[in-house]
Design a protein around this ligand. Structure first.
Ligand SMILES: *Cc1c(COP(=O)(O)O)cnc(C)c1O
Length: 365
């Protein structure tokens, strides 16, 4: 059998450790997962209540056009229905973009580290990946723009950036959009949009009609807490969406995911509560870092990248023994750090205590 050569050099996505796996390995009854930026408050109680009703007619294929949730997103965000493409998570929208625009001979520009699926899917399509190192946690947009040539097809911006959490302000994004040539699709991945607090953030959705080469990605997996259902979407000019649509699998979002997304959008109170609690606990975590001389990036997302005097792997291993799963910076390309999802208040107090204990042990040895 002959597979694409590039696949031999690639590894499948390695997820953070699973809860059951860690429970068994360390003999713990309770594990708190703060590794994948999931919502620690679950998902909308309205969705939970209605879910049994949503699980019906499973013998029938879902609506491939996702008409119900399309109408909902369209009115919620004030975009036209033909400006939306749904995906089995925004991950799949990333894949569709790569299938559509990338091929051998083409290149794509992104930061490093950033969300790894841009690179992963681009490589599978045989495109050249131009990665520009972050500068102090931020996209080095000047250098990224310099990397563009006539063969550049897609320019990825992740804001707030995963894994550093920093966002890009309105003025900067407008400047980038003015300078990136129109033959390049600018993808703004806003997976953490709901958590943004900064007043200078860019309203990309309202600006869609001004920029024919702008695409915005959103997801129900993070603040909406529906990661397990897999639904996200992309927004762009109608002609861009039209080009992407044939590369989309016909029934890519499930009946249940579509129905749940509609209810979830209607329950903005859940989003407000989630975001408020997250901000409060984030402030407390930052204070903890300040008190313990730990550096961090000024995050606008529901996670914090914390710099450590030891390796991220060492802190990760220690926290596992204490019942916490976090993400080691080594695995993310940022050594001597961990990325921590902002969890519930009591769990955050406990993990802070555990980290403090580990840091004291290190100091004494
Ligand atoms: C989590 C995440 C996504 C993917 O979310 P889906 O579950 O596939 O919708 C996309 N981009 C970034 C930056 C993320 O952190």
């Amino acid at each position: 059998m002959k597979a694409k050569d590039i696949l031999k050099t690639m590894k499948p996505y390695k997820p953070g450790k699973g809860i059951e796996e860690v429970k068994k390995e360390y003999g713990l009854d309770r594990i708190v997962k703060l590794a994948s930026n999931e919502n620690p408050y679950g998902f909308s109680p309205v969705v939970k209540e209605e879910l049994p009703k949503l699980v019906s007619k499973l013998e029938i294929y879902p609506d491939g056009y996702a008409a119900g949730v399309r109408t909902k997103v369209s009115s919620f965000l004030g975009v036209d229905e033909n400006q939306i493409i749904f995906g089995n998570g925004s991950d799949e929208v990333v894949q569709i973009i790569c299938r559509t625009f990338l091929e051998p001979g083409a290149n794509t520009v992104m930061a490093s580290p950033t969300f790894p699926q841009y690179r992963h899917n681009a490589l599978i399509e045989g495109a050249e990946v131009r990665e520009v190192p972050l500068k102090d946690g931020h996209h080095d947009l000047e250098e990224m723009i310099r990397q563009i040539d006539e063969d550049t097809r897609v320019f990825w911006i992740c804001t707030p950036n995963n894994p550093t959490g920093v966002h890009i302000n309105e003025e900067t994004i407008k400047d980038v959009l003015a300078r990136v040539p129109e033959h390049v699709l600018v993808v703004l991945d806003e997976a953490y949009y709901e958590y943004l607090e900064a007043e200078d953030s860019f309203d990309a959705v309202s600006a869609l009609n001004q920029y024919p080469n702008l695409m915005v990605l959103r997801t129900f997996s993070k603040a909406y807490g529906l990661a397990g259902l897999r639904i996200g979407f992309g927004l762009a000019a109608a002609d861009v969406i039209q080009v992407l649509e044939p590369a989309r699998e016909p029934f890519n979002t499930s009946t249940v995911a579509q129905a749940a997304a509609i209810l979830a959008l209607d329950d903005q109170e859940f989003i407000t509560t989630t975001v408020e609690a997250t901000h409060k606990n984030k402030q407390a975590l930052m204070r903890f870092c300040d008190e313990n001389d730990l550096g961090y990036y000024d995050t606008q997302a529901n996670f914090l990248l914390i710099q450590l005097p030891i390796s991220g792997d060492e802190m990760f291993e220690y926290l596992l023994t204490q019942g916490f799963i976090v993400r080691s910076g080594e695995a993310l390309g940022l050594p001597n750090s961990i990325r921590l999802t902002i969890g519930r208040e009591d769990d955050m107090l406990q993990i802070q205590q555990a980290m403090k204990k580990k840091l004291e042990m290190v100091k004494q040895s």
